[in-house]
Design a protein around this ligand. Structure first.
Ligand code: PLP
Length: 401
């Protein structure tokens, strides 16, 4: 038995074979490890059909390191980045751009509203100085799916550059460089590929990366330098996460055996369907409308009952074998349950049962949410879009904590 089932979007539940792939020590200079890195990178580019146009630059660290590295390497210092913000990971990009000293324009959205391509288009039309758009595909803070193809089309039509945070969608939700033009896409080992956490990677358009020399403020985060060094030597610049790479190789083998992206999406969809319908049957309500819910992670309204307390709930569900996530929303009390990882719908069925038992053991009888939809919508209503508003958010920096 592998401890708890992680119903969290990274780290997540991995297969026994993936964990077993880490029972070997690799020399980072050894040709066998270099071959492993090369084969992993080849597969990562192939997943988005980028063999002829794009390269993979892996980077040590969690996914955020790669997001920050992509922004710092590919956005020139005088560049300006548009971010359609509908959640915590969009906000993290805005925050990273602040640290990097890059100008940023934020298009605020409600957290239950998908990024609006028409508003992105209007913002690009209003401000020719915007050089890049940074777009989160699946906003894991809520689980909402943003319309990536439509946004990519708008960005390309306006002649701007697209950087995608596809951390929680890559490998499961289709992305193909032939349909979705992008300069960079960022993802990581420990999400839908079902590897262990510890490395991110950037799939970059070769032409964009070639022009990026000297942009980065940081040696460790310079993807251009990492790419050149790896091309020359076959090695990572600094100590590689050897066991993570080996586990990812194994996880990719399983990915292809399962049937690649279509099979992974089908399994996650079924996981999500069982989870959402089971939670609804208990009386719990998802935060998002079905039409914008990605089959990656589901946000649920916390019960209004005074006997409900997330900490107590979490421990009870954990003691039944499942790790869930707290909510990441400011205005509404929620919790989250992931659909991804080496799990099938039977696991989700048992998780729903565990949630039902935990709530009943706590004496929670009133499972309906605290705030009805209308109330929430009013509280989080976005300000109307105007070019003035875009101007007012230029150079917006999140205050440091
Ligand atoms: C997981 C995730 C990241 C990276 O988060 P880390 O905590 O650094 O792993 C970035 N963006 C999205 C959308 C994610 O889901």
């Amino acid at each position: 038995m592998n401890g708890h089932v992680l119903l969290t979007p990274g780290p997540l539940t991995t297969s026994a074979a993936t964990r077993a792939a880490m029972l070997h020590d690799w020399g980072s200079w050894d040709s066998a490890f270099n071959a492993l890195t090369k084969s992993v990178c080849r597969d990562l580019v192939a997943i988005v059909g980028g063999e002829h146009s794009h390269v993979c630059v892996p980077l040590q660290g969690s996914g955020t390191f790669s997001v920050e590295a992509a922004l710092g390497t590919l956005v020139p210092r005088p560049g300006r980045v548009l971010v359609a913000n509908n959640g915590a990971y969009c906000q993290r990009i805005v925050r990273a751009l602040g640290y990097l000293g890059r100008s940023v324009v934020v298009l605020e959205h409600r957290e239950d509203e998908a990024a609006d391509p028409a508003r992105v288009d209007a913002a690009l039309a209003a401000d020719p100085a915007i050089s890049h758009v940074a777009q989160v595909h699946c906003e894991t803070g809520t689980g909402i799916l943003n319309p990536l193809s439509e946004i990519a089309a708008v960005v390309a039509a306006r002649g701007r550059r697209l950087i995608i945070d596809a951390m929680s969608s890559y490998g499961a939700i289709p992305i193909d460089v032939h349909d979705i033009p992008f300069d960079a896409l960022v993802a990581a080992s420990g999400k839908c590929l079902e590897g262990v956490p510890g490395m991110g990677f950037v799939i970059a358009r070769r032409g964009a990366l070639e022009l990026a020399e000297g942009n980065s403020h940081s040696l460790a985060m310079d993807l251009h330098d990492q790419w050149l060094y790896m091309r020359r030597t076959g090695q990572w610049r600094f100590t590689p996460p050897t066991h993570v790479v080996a586990a990812l190789r194994q996880a990719l083998d399983q990915y292809w055996q399962e049937g690649g992206q279509p099979a992974r999406l089908a399994r996650y969809r079924e996981n999500c369907r069982v989870l959402v319908s089971g939670m609804r049957a208990l009386g719990l309500r998802p935060f998002l409308a079905d039409a914008v819910q990605a089959p990656i992670i589901v946000t649920l309204h916390a019960p209004a009952d005074t006997a409900y307390d997330f900490g107590d709930f979490y421990r009870r569900v954990r003691d039944k074998g499942f790790i869930i996530y707290p909510g990441k929303l400011t205005a509404v009390d929620t919790f989250r349950v992931g659909c991804i990882g080496a799990i099938d719908s039977e696991v989700l069925r048992r998780a729903v049962a565990a949630v039902g038992e935990a709530l009943s053991d706590m004496g929670v009888t009133h499972l309906a949410a605290r705030a009805p939809d209308g109330e929430k919508a009013e509280r989080q209503a976005p300000a109307a879009f105007t070019p003035d508003r875009v101007a007012a958010t230029n150079d917006w920096h999140e205050p440091r904590a």
